[in-house]
Ligand binder design. Sequence first.
Ligand SMILES: Nc1ncnc2c1ncn2[C@@H]1O[C@H](COP(=O)(O)OP(=O)(O)OP(=O)(O)O)[C@@H](O)[C@H]1O
Ligand SMILES: [Mg+2]
Length: 295
Amino acid sequence: MTDQKRDPASTTAPQESKLGPTGRPLREFPTPPALREHGPARIIALCNQKGGVGKTTTTINLGATLAEYGRRVLAIDFDPQGALSAGLGVQTHDVPTIYDLLLSRGIEPADAIQHTAVANFDVIPANIDLSAAEVHLVTEVAREQILAGVLRKVSADYDVILIDCQPSLGLLTVNALTASHGVVIPLECEYFALRGVALLIETIDKVRDRLNPAITLDGILATMYDSRTLHSREVLERVVDAFGDRVLETVITRTVKFPDATVAATPITEFAPEHQASKAYRQLARELVFRGAVA
Ligand SMILES: Nc1ncnc2c1ncn2[C@@H]1O[C@H](COP(=O)(O)OP(=O)(O)OP(=O)(O)O)[C@@H](O)[C@H]1O
Ligand SMILES: [Mg+2]
């Protein structure tokens, strides 16, 4: 007769917790505690040889949100297109750039660092000069390690250095991977997104074998996700099938606010601080701290 005494609610299955877009339970990552000391920086390359997947947008907005959490952030524009510099509204002409530092033209990294409008967030700019770097570096001794040497000089002043790579797997990107402790791969939720990722991971593995044994994959970040389309959901499902926990739980949704913020040359977190996309990048910053990718 005990059955009749049972509370009917207790016989129902436990309520399933709400799942996020990557199929794991949705959760909030804790707000990172303030740092009492700063540096040395952990260096993270934002890398994908596919163009237009959100590398620069992620560098800008992850940098801005980590800075909001009191981290000292330096972003390196490592693309001759200079989109990161433009997106942060800094000078790129008649100023020292990352190219001058790579070629050690008698300037120090401190001479090339510019402050952005966001406190704690600095940048070393690039311009089209950088497109000549691969040709110049090819004949250098230890040509893959030049950027690492440059960043060693500023590492003590920052908690995190983000490198915005260009869409290629050439010598500049190999320099970025050689200089980095971790890699974040932004991946657009589009068909063919997975094409090329195997080659990128192979490149990271080669860099680990030959140049930088400590490099780790910090995570794959799904970008431009549109939950309303089956297409986007299917792509994300396949990405999770292929990469499991390496896919970050934070997913960046597609929104026109990003192009708008780009035009305004400011992070979306400054342009529209309460927008869902700003919240997503704050969540990304918290997730990376939670995972130990950032102090
Ligand atoms: N989540 C998003 N929703 C909508 N548009 C976005 C989103 N993220 C980035 N964009 C826009 O898509 C374009 C490409 O983004 P971004 O420049 O960040 O990519 P990228 O990987 O750095 O490109 P490239 O390989 O050319 O350097 C930009 O116009 C940007 O404003
Ligand atoms: Mg870019």
